[in-house]
Design a protein around this ligand. Structure first.
Ligand SMILES: [Zn+2]
Length: 395
């Protein structure tokens, strides 16, 4: 058995535990930084290790186009390729393909799309998306789904959800027949990857419930909730998460895809979510937008020009230990590469530290008190924006 999930502590709906993969164990709840093309932009792997990153997300669509699945397979799989001997999760490619709205065509068989790199034509079916993810060799891979656009009408959302269910069954069938083809199968004692199913259902509570129930009938070792944080108001996100989670098995991990702000990820944990990923900390960092214990900071602001203090006095990261706000502002204003590196290191440290505190609070049964220290995120004025892009209007 390659994959095992153990819950060690609970407080209300929140859970803390760990899961085990062929490339190591992961403590939950976990935040997964995004390394789109097998790289967290600007941050070397040894620094990710120092930060305590447990598992990375890579994007199948991007790696499929470049350097290509065959190349990664020949090089031993994505962990070896990127010199990251720890767990990796790949998405199915579905979300990226569906983001190419005018470059794609969807049929029952799959999705025809054009590369954003050179305009060349490609086709992803549930089978070929599985083949790509098996070739890349991430520890956790995702069933091929259709991420329903927002807004969408009921009939359209229902039809999309039905297709995602058929695609989930096809994904699972292909995976079961080919899972031994993962590049590190022999070297990891015939362990293999773990395939998660994805709940869709748009913004309709009954479709979320039905999608959850019927995905569970297909029997996956873990379940993702997809198609959220796509521009809907935040209270609706919470409602949809709740309508999916209530119908997911208690003893399997739940992965909420593509969220959120530091305040929001804490609240999703309170709803029973175990895994999350988001581009927000890394993308915002590259735009000089930093999360701190004193709130959000735009480091480009002139008020930091002579500020000798650390970015976040409460942060233990090596950026906050060494550099002043004045220096960080200067790097950003001068368009130095180092600005992006240091900003990203801090934002990741802030997210990972938040999640570390969450795990500790649940284990000590102090999570309710911890949670009360976070501003109700749906009251935040920017909460209606999509985090897939960014909540910051200037990005
Ligand atoms: Zn810091």
């Amino acid at each position: 058995m390659s994959f095992r999930f153990e819950i060690e502590a609970r407080e209300d709906k929140a859970r803390s535990g760990r899961f085990f993969t062929p490339h190591g164990e992961v403590q939950t709840p976990v935040f997964m930084p995004v390394g789109t093309v097998a790289s967290v932009k600007g941050v070397p792997q040894d620094v990710l290790e120092e930060l305590g990153v447990q598992i990375l997300l890579n994007n199948t669509y991007h790696l499929y186009l470049r350097p290509g699945v065959e190349m990664v397979r020949k090089l031993g799989g994505v962990q070896k390729f990127m010199a990251w001997d720890h767990p990796i999760l790949t998405d199915s490619g579905g979300f990226q393909v569906f983001s190419l709205s005018d470059l794609r065509k969807v049929t029952e068989e799959g999705v025809m799309f054009r590369s954003h790199l050179d305009g060349s034509s490609h086709f992803f079916s549930p089978e070929s998306a599985m083949a790509a993810q098996i070739g890349l060799g991430a520890d956790i891979i995702m069933a091929f789904d259709e991420c329903t656009e927002h807004p969408a009408e009921y009939a359209r959302t229902q039809a999309s959800m039905e297709m995602t269910l058929r695609w989930a069954a096809r994904s699972k069938k292909y995976f079961e027949e080919h899972k031994h083809e993962v590049p590190w199968f022999a070297e990891r004692n015939r362990e293999t990857q773990t395939l998660f199913g994805i709940v869709q259902g748009g913004m309709f509570p009954d479709l979320r419930r039905e999608s959850a129930q019927r995905t569970v009938e297909l029997d996956f070792p873990g379940y993702a909730i997809g198609g959220l944080s796509v521009g809907e108001p935040r209270p609706m996100t919470y409602e949809m998460v709740d309508n999916a989670i209530r119908f997911l098995p208690d003893d399997k991990p739940r992965y909420l895809m593509g969220v959120g702000t530091p305040e929001e990820i804490v609240h999703y944990v309170a709803q029973g979510v175990d895994m999350m990923d988001c581009v927000l900390p890394t993308r915002a960092a590259r735009h000089g937008l930093l999360f701190t214990s004193e709130g959000r900071i735009s480091i480009k602001n002139v008020r930091f020009a002579a500020d000798e203090g650390p970015l976040d006095p409460a942060c233990g990261c090596k950026v906050c230990a060494r550099y002043s706000r004045a220096y960080l502002r200067h790097l950003y204003a001068s368009n130095e590469l180092l600005a992006q590196v240091l900003n990203t290191v801090h934002n990741l440290a802030y997210y990972l530290d938040t999640m570390r505190k969450v795990r500790q609070a649940i284990q000590l049964r102090e999570f309710a008190r911890f949670l009360s220290g976070f501003r109700p995120p749906h009251l935040a004025p920017e909460s209606a924006h999509s985090q897939r892009g960014s909540e910051f209007p200037e990005i």
